[in-house]
Design a protein around this ligand. Sequence first.
Ligand code: NAD
Ligand code: UFG
Length: 350
Amino acid sequence: MAAAALCVLVTGGAGYIGSHTVLQLLLHGYKTVVIDNLDNSSEVAITRVSQLAGDHAHNLAFHKMDIRDKHALEQLFASTKFDAVIHFAGLKAVGESVHKPLMYYNNNIIGTITLLEVMAAYECKKLVFSSSATVYGWPKEVPCTEEFPLSAANPYGRTKLMIEDICRDMYASDFNWKFILLRYFNPIGAHPSGQIGEDPRGIPNNLMPFIQQVAVGRQPALQVFGTDYSTKDGTGVRDYIHVVDLAEGHTAALKKLSDPKIGCEVYNLGTGKGTSVLEIVTAFEKASGKNIPLVKTGRRPGDAEIVYASTAKAERELNWKAKYGIEEMCRDQWNWAIKNPYGYQTKETR
Ligand code: NAD
Ligand code: UFG
C-alpha cells in the first residue's frame, strides 16, 4: 500500500515565495493547506497555483486567516493533522519596519508565538522558518557561512533574529521539536509559466521589482543606491537566487525534517555568486530588450556592500543546490512582467 501523502501547513502561502513553494510541494505530492490574511497578496495567486498544479490541485486547500487568530488556528489544527509547518507569514519591508516597529513586532513575533503555541498543543513539532540573510548585517567577509556572527540593523531584521532565537529556545526546552531555519539571500524571478510572480503593493523597495516597473513604464528610472562601494563597478553586490530554486530548497528542508538527527538547524539558501546592481540591470536589459534609465544616487542607509552565501552546508546536508543563473532569473521575471504588468490586478483595479 502506498504511504499516505504528508500534509503541510503553509502560512503566508499566497505570497511571493510561498506561492512558488506551494506549487513545488503539490508537484512533489504533498497535501498542502495554505493560510494567509492576504495583507500583501492576492487569492488569485492561489487560483493560479491550483491551475499550474494540474492533477495535484485537489491536494490544495486555502483559508483566509491571520496567524494571530488563535481560535481559528486551533480549529484548523483540530480538523487537520499536519505533519509539518512552513512559516512564511510575516511583514517584510525594512523601511516600513523602522517607521512602524510595533506593527512588525506584533505581526511577526506575536504571530509566530501564536503559531508555535497551537503547534505544541496539537503535537505538531516540525517547522521550516523563513529567515533572512539580513541577520548577517554588514558581513566582515564573504561568503557568509551559517556560523557568522548575527546582528540586526532594523526592526524587521530583529524580528528574524528573535524568531530564530525563539526556535532555538523551544528546541532546548523540548528535543521533540525539529526546526529548520532557512536564511534566504535575494529571491528574484518568477515561475517560468509567467503565471505567478512577485506583486508588491505600492512603490517597490527591492531592486528587481523596481527594475520591472521601469521596464513596463510604471516608474521613470531606477535609482542606483551607491556607486562608490569597493566592488567591481562600485555598486552593491548581492546573491540573487531564482524563486523556483528557493522553493525547491523548502522541499529539501521538509525531507530533512524527517532525519532523526535533526534538531534546530540553519541553512543558507543562495547561489554562492555575487552580482552587482549594474550587472543585474544589464542582464535584465538583455532579457527584455528594454532600456532601463538610471539615476545614480548616494548609498541607501543600512545597506551592506557585498553579501553572498556559502552554499556548502545546504549542498551537503539538504542535498540541494540552485540550478538557475541570472539570465534565467531575468528571463522569467520579464515573462511574468509582460504577462502581468499590474501583477494580479489590472491597471483599473490597482
Ligand atoms: P510576501 O509578503 O509576498 O508573503 C508573505 C505573506 O504572508 C503574504 O501573502 C501576507 O499576506 C502574509 N501574511 C503576513 N502577515 C500575516 C499574518 N499575520 N497572518 C497571515 N498571513 C500573513 O513575502 P515573501 O517575499 O514571499 O516572503 C516570505 C517570507 O520570507 C517572509 O517571512 C519574509 O520576511 C521572508 N524573506 C523574504 C525575502 C525576500 O526578499 N522576499 C528575503 C528573506 C526573507
Ligand atoms: N538597489 C538599488 N536601487 C533600488 C533598490 C535596490 O540600487 O531601487 C540596490 C541596493 O542598494 C542593493 C541591491 O540593489 O545594493 C539589492 O537591494 P534590495 O533592496 O533588492 O535587497 P537587499 O539585499 O537590500 O535586501 C533584501 C530584502 C531584505 C532581506 C535581504 C536578504 O529587502 O529583507 O534582501 O534576503 F533581508
